[in-house]
Design a protein around this ligand. Structure first.
Ligand code: UD1
Ligand code: CA
Length: 464
């Protein structure tokens, strides 16, 4: 068995354009769509395929682009190639040539065309039967884009750029997406031969099509499933409109899976969301990172949920912020609760209004209903944490743990100075400052005894 049976796949991502029309100090490919850099979308998508080699052609703001991507996508071992002058798409691929093996194929993608899908790329690769396949689309308004010229048999014979197109060619509505799958042997053969003798004085990658046709190669074309897959970002309007297309797609998929959105136009998913059946999501809800919702989850207006897992039949009341938190089944949260990273709420627990919880476990059936800060704490089951309870977890230098065991009752407005343990079924009197462990079943007072001065005369205001 020879190792060369498998065709190696390279990806070349062109990302050298400056993106002047974004009016930004940031390189265009680092602008974000659904909270992720445009180039990050492309990198993540093509790595759903088996890719052997990823080459990014960079120009403007290269250092910034490289450090942002290399730190996030170190596992992809990206190869960076500088294109110091932007002399055209053909020139951009040419500078990457010596990073490409002689055999195998390359997908040519764009750092500013973020939403091409892995399924489309797999189809494109499968469509490359004779050396070159490309993504094209018939559109209402082809202005500005390369047009696909076909012969009488319908075979592709050339791509003509807008500025080079005759009146008749300008009427063609099948456009070039700019995305191709090309045999590396053909790139090595044709790219050194490109000329810039055209209306823009650029080295056009598109010219490889007519070169291949002259070599009797049949060019195959397929369409993407969605038009937005081949749309590029050149300005803020296009970025916002592509963001809407993407949100629309994610929401439609979730509707098909049984999620009810009060208004699909007023929810954002900036990451991935997996949801069970009969989930309800009200307006103004934002999901970030990877989130999972069970069945019958009910989410009210204005919640922001990041990288969290929420169990069946939970009810999130309005305006909760939930970050890297795991919530069991049947839990009520909010309104106005802030659950910070590494929080776990067990089944049937309850977190009420104006409660902040960080790096803590709230056990099964336990309640933290009003105005509390719980940090670095482990709360057992069926405990009641009274209004205004604070875990004093930080002494200005170190964080310490608070342990509250099953069935404990913490009276309102108590401060639990960590490290401290409240025993099983222990009670803490309201208004206590607890600095020592409390035994199981005990009642602990940590406050001055109430005293009284009879017939007290209130101070009066001094006369002028
Ligand atoms: C190109 C195609 C056109 C197609 C269109 C789709 C050519 C000659 N034309 O148009 O047929 O309809 O894409 O959008 O290929 N880039 C570089 N270095 C360069 C030039 C471009 O990295 O020297 C990058 C840009 O950053 C961008 C992409 O290549 O991401 C496309 O460049 P752009 O100028 O937008 O495309 P056109 O050449 O106008
Ligand atoms: Ca151009």
């Amino acid at each position: 068995m020879s190792a060369s049976i498998k065709t190696s796949l390279s990806v070349i991502i062109l990302a050298a354009g400056k993106g002047t029309r974004m009016q930004s100090a940031k390189p265009k490919v680092l602008q974000t769509l659904a909270s992720k850099p445009l180039l990050g979308h492309v990198l993540e998508t093509c790595h759903h395929l088996t890719v052997d080699n990823t080459v990014v052609v960079y120009g403007f703001g290269g250092d910034q682009v490289q450090s942002a991507m290399d730190s996030q996508y170190a596992h992809l071992s990206l190869t960076w190639v500088a294109q110091t002058e932007q002399l055209g798409t053909g020139h951009a691929v040419k500078v990457a040539l010596d990073k490409l093996p002689q055999d195998g194929q390359s997908l040519i993608l764009y750092g500013d065309v973020p939403l091409v899908s892995a399924a489309t790329l797999a189809n494109l690769q499968a469509a490359n039967t004779d050396g070159i396949s490309m993504l094209t689309l018939t559109v209402d308004n082809p202005f500005g884009l390369g047009r696909i010229k076909r012969d009488n048999q319908g075979n592709i014979e050339a791509i003509v750029e807008q500025k080079d197109a005759s009146d008749a060619e300008q009427k063609i509505t099948e456009i070039n997406s700019g995305i191709y799958c090309v045999d590396n042997a053909l790139l090595h053969k044709y790219l050194p031969e490109l000329s810039n003798d055209n209306a823009q004085g650029e080295y056009y990658l598109t010219d490889i099509v007519k070169m291949a046709v002259a070599d009797s190669i049949i060019i195959t074309a397929i369409e993407p499933d969605h038009a937005f897959e081949i749309e590029g970002v050149n300005n803020r309007q296009q970025l916002a409109s592509l963001e809407r297309s993407w949100q629309g797609k994610l929401i439609a998929d979730l509707q098909e899976a049984g999620v009810q959105f009060a208004d699909p136009a007023r929810v954002d998913i900036r990451g991935s969301l997996i949801a069970g059946q009969d989930v309800f999501v009200d307006v103004g809800v934002v999901f970030e990172g990877d989130c999972v919702l069970g069945d019958n989850v009910y989410i009210e207006a204005g919640c922001v949920i990041k990288s969290s897992k929420i169990g069946d039949a939970c009810h999130l009341k309005p305006y909760c912020v939930i970050d890297h938190t795991k919530i069991g089944a049947g839990v009520d949260v909010g309104p106005f609760a802030h659950l910070r990273p590494d929080t776990v709420l067990a089944d049937n627990s309850k977190v009420g209004n104006f409660v902040e919880i960080k790096k803590s476990v709230v056990g099964q059936g336990s309640k933290v209903n009003h105005l509390s800060y719980i940090g670095d704490a482990t709360i057992g089951s069926n405990a009641n944490i009274g209004a205004g309870t604070i875990t004093c977890n930080y002494d200005g230098a170190n964080k310490s743990q608070t342990i509250i065991k099953d069935n404990a009752f913490i009276g309102s407005n108590s401060s639990l100075v960590a490290p401290v343990t409240i025993g099983n079924t222990a009670t803490v009197a309201a208004g206590s400052v607890i600095t020592k462990d409390v035994d199981a079943n005990a009642l602990a007072f940590g406050r001055a005894r109430q005293s009284q001065k009879d017939n007290f005369e209130r101070p009066v205001k001094n006369k002028k």
